[in-house]
Design a protein around this ligand. Sequence first.
Ligand code: HEC
Length: 186
Amino acid sequence: MKQHVLAAAFIAGVCIAAGGSPLPAAAAQQFTTAVTPLLDGAGGKSIGSLAPGAALDVVGQSGSATHVTLHGWYAAGSTAIVDTDPAKHIVALSGFTGHGTAGAAQAVTIDGWVATSALTGDVQTVWKAAAALYAQKCGQCHALQPVNSYSANQWPAILKTQADNAGLDPGETALILTYLQVQSGH
Ligand code: HEC
């Protein structure tokens, strides 16, 4: 997965991001552990559905909710879907009801809130859980396919038929699909 890399320097206790905007010293990246609603405020309404493993920059905290920004790319022709990468159709957010003009793939930053309990600072825990589910659900009828057997853009078509074979629910499908796409390496 192409992650948002923040080249930061600490000068006199102030964190200066590459773009020049000051960030609180506690700013850190968090990751969704499962399909999770993105909210328009702490305890607000859903404005879209975050995929498992979505990388979010933390802006702040209020009660049991975390204020985040998502950096991604509108999929070509759609502002309802935000991908992690302009060339790979790895979904970070779907069903987005915010604004934008559909056209070519374009970079977008989306502001929202997520239940803090749905986040982890260690994305490897997400991929470990996904790998275990993949081994459990997808190795029953044939050998497990190495994750690099297919590219990030090929796995979705495979999962369309195989998710039914394995009896996956939508959350399990999203977790396994994102895992296969991110780990595929191409
Ligand atoms: C109920 C048995 C069964 C389960 C469970 C199963 N598969 Fe399959 N899989 C098949 C069969 C049968 C084929 C060959 C025919 C077809 O494509 O459906 C196949 C083919 C494939 C192929 C070859 C490409 C293709 O589409 O033909 C891939 C890759 C694959 N499966 C991945 C998966 C993944 C990933 C999972 C877990 C989500 C999974 N399979 C779960 C039965 C299963």
